[in-house]
Design a binder for this molecule. Structure first.
Ligand code: NDP
Length: 604
């Protein structure tokens, strides 16, 4: 019996391979990630905060702190919480938005919800005692939870909202970071922690004519409820007579489209690449189950999720959802010898995607629409989606899928969107076109810190990062980052950001106790970590190189022989090994007092 015959495929693996390659090739563009446009210049108004009810008026502040945290999303909130737990009280959190929440402040589009189980996704549940109301909680609840964290750990008193960091420069004499803001503030900090997030800088498609569009338009992360009516929780009552278009069919659009379809006169969904959408099976939290939970339950569950997505097959699978099923059915159980493993993994991936495609055929009645909605790529090439209402939406008479066959929309006109020469007139155009992920870190943060000797952080990255666990770099003392640069990444990114925050707080408590003026990793530790990162990338690079373009592989633009962007430097990458290994590095380091071994301090 051949290995292939143990997998349920509707066509031979070779044919599937060829089909994936054909679809992938169609989508590769020479401009790669640079195809997108920033919400700047003539698009700057699309980046305005539509949620601020009252603009804060205040004088510039000149203060000195032990720590300045940039960002009040989950990274900054976890950081603030763990500084408080470590007894470090003198810090401020600078946040551009009008409140805490980060992603959950900005993303208020209809249908927005957690796509990872919320019992694992929301950090610090064991501390707050909170139990989410559903397996996948909706965005307003998660935003409210962020506010709860702010109150629980006393972070509101330390927040500077509606304030954007515009610069940070190392003052060698004072051994402090001088942080400046768009409010004219000057904050001197012994330690600067950059927790600016990974999906916060919205992008627009690089489509000719986009600036000529005369109708109403916005990005999904700046939802204009004044125009649509309704709220994240209620029906959008002003769209009944409107022709609405949405560009993009990623994880965001999947959630928004069913709600738009219910509200709009007509909805056009402009698709370049379909997402893989599997069943969701959301359910409300059972009050009896919630009452039965023992202290530590949330950590145990999060660990179970991480073990699952790391391919560990924990028993039982506490999460038992689409994410864990993908990772548990990886073909290994059908391989007879280690040599079979790689092929078995590929065949299992094919098999799962065959099920996704079969599900579409079953749900979507119009054959051509069903065909167009079928994804032809590896399951983890793009964020897998789970939703029970997205696919049925295409059976509605007021919804049209406009499939661009992998090419993207031709252009945008004064009146609407043009695809294959046909103009679709619209009253409202919504960009569900995602966020910058792989552009330069300092571009995404909006400023370029200047370190000792005038070295800029972007130069430091270009030279090849030298950090311990991606948290603090050599040549950049006292500047900590919660990011994917030499850091961790996983479907539940909050788990990584949280672990980073714990280690940073641990390091700072130690440094402060020692009376340190500067902290940085030893050369040896930084070299060892860079080697660990480089050594982890093999399977990760191999899988992504065969994928259809996305932010996972920097849109495959201008690639080298490994399918990686030419400017991409392996040592600056994320840790490519199993997710739980990254967490283990940090935990073992902490438990063995790695700081004594791997960090250098000065006390002058
Ligand atoms: P994505 O980057 O995933 O999707 C952007 C979409 O825009 C893609 O479908 C893309 O097509 C399309 N697009 C871009 N340019 C064009 C064009 N010229 N013509 C037509 N279509 C175009 O952004 P999302 O906001 O959907 O998701 C971003 C990330 O946010 C997710 O990967 C996920 O990590 C996170 N997220 C998390 C959620 C959660 O609950 N935790 C929920 C929602 C999002 P193509 O695929 O061809 O590039």
């Amino acid at each position: 019996m051949s290995l292939e015959s143990k997998f349920k495929l509707s066509m031979p693996a070779d044919v599937l391979r060829a089909k994936y390659e054909e679809e992938r090739t169609k989508r590769i563009r020479p401009d790669g990630a640079s195809q997108y446009q920033e919400l700047k210049g003539r698009f700057a108004d699309l980046d305005e905060d539509p949620y601020i009810t009252e603009k804060i008026v205040r004088d510039p502040i000149v203060t000195e702190h032990e720590v300045v945290i940039l960002g009040g999303g989950f990274g900054g909130l976890c950081q603030g919480a763990h500084l408080v737990k470590q007894g470090i009280e003198d810090f401020v959190i600078v946040e551009r938005a009008g409140d805490f929440g980060g992603t959950w402040y900005w993303n208020r589009y209809p249908g927005c919800m957690c796509d990872v189980e919320s019992y694992c996704y929301l950090p610090l549940l064991d501390d707050t005692g909170y139990v989410p109301s559903a397996k996948y909680a909706k965005a307003p609840e998660i935003f409210a939870y962020c506010q709860m964290l702010g109150r629980h750990f006393g972070l509101y008193d330390r927040a500077l909202f509606q304030t954007q960091v515009t610069g940070a420069e190392w003052d060698e004499a004072a051994k402090r970071w001088i942080v400046t803001t768009d409010r004219g503030d000057r904050l001197a900090a012994r330690y600067l922690i950059m927790a600016g997030g990974i999906l916060h800088k919205a992008k627009l498609p690089g489509v000719p004519g986009i600036e000529t569009y005369k109708g109403h338009a916005f990005h999904t992360s700046r939802w204009d409820y004044d125009y649509t009516g309704g709220s994240p929780d209620s029906f959008m009552d002003k769209l009944g007579d409107k022709k609405v278009g949405i560009v993009g069919t990623g994880a965001t659009a999947i959630q928004a489209v069913p709600h738009l379809a219910e509200a709009a006169g007509h909805l056009y969904v402009f698709q370049r690449t379909p997402s893989a959408v599997g069943p969701r099976n959301n359910r409300d939290t059972d009050p009896e189950w919630a009452a039965s939970l023992k202290p530590g339950w949330a950590f145990e569950r999060e660990e179970n999720f991480t073990a699952n997505i790391s391919g560990r097959m924990p028993e039982p699978d506490l999460i038992d959802d689409g994410w864990t099923h993908i990772h548990r059915r990886n073909g290994a159980e059908r391989a007879e010898c280690p040599e079979d493993l790689a092929l078995a993994r590929e065949l299992a991936d094919f098999e799962r995607m065959e099920e996704v495609r079969a599900g579409i055929e079953e749900i979507v009645k119009d054959k051509a629409t069903a065909e167009a909605l079928k994804p032809w790529f590896g399951h983890m090439c793009k964020r897998p989606c789970f939703h029970d209402e997205y696919l049925p939406t295409f059976n509605r008479p007021n919804v049209t899928l406009v499939d661009t066959k992998g090419m993207g929309v031709d252009r945008i006109s004064e009146n609407g969107v043009v695809v294959e020469g046909k103009e679709y007139e619209l009253d409202l155009l919504i960009f569900s076109t995602g966020f910058e992920v792989t552009t330069d870190y300092t571009r995404r943060m909006g400023f370029d810190p200047v370190g000792p000797g005038g070295l800029s952080f972007s130069q430091h990255i270009e030279n090849g990062l030298e950090t311990i666990h991606g948290l603090v770099g050599r040549k950049f003392p006292n500047l900590f980052t919660i990011s994917t640069l030499q850091g961790g990444a996983m479907p539940n990114y909050v788990t990584c950001a949280h672990e980073d925050a714990i280690n940073i707080a641990h390091i700072l408590r130690w440094a402060i106790a020692k009376g340190a003026t500067t902290v940085q990793p030893t050369q040896q530790a930084a070299d060892a970590w860079a080697a660990t990162i480089e050594g982890s990338l093999g399977p990760f690079i191999e899988y992504n190189a065969r994928c259809t373009p996305s932010y996972f592989n920097n849109e495959l633009g201008a690639t080298d022989e490994n399918g990686q962007p030419k400017t991409w430097m392996p040592r600056n990458s994320v840790y490519g090994g199993p997710c739980d290994e990254f967490l283990a590095f940090l935990r073992e380091w902490r438990a063995s007092n790695g700081e004594e071994r791997d960090l250098e301090i000065t006390t002058d």
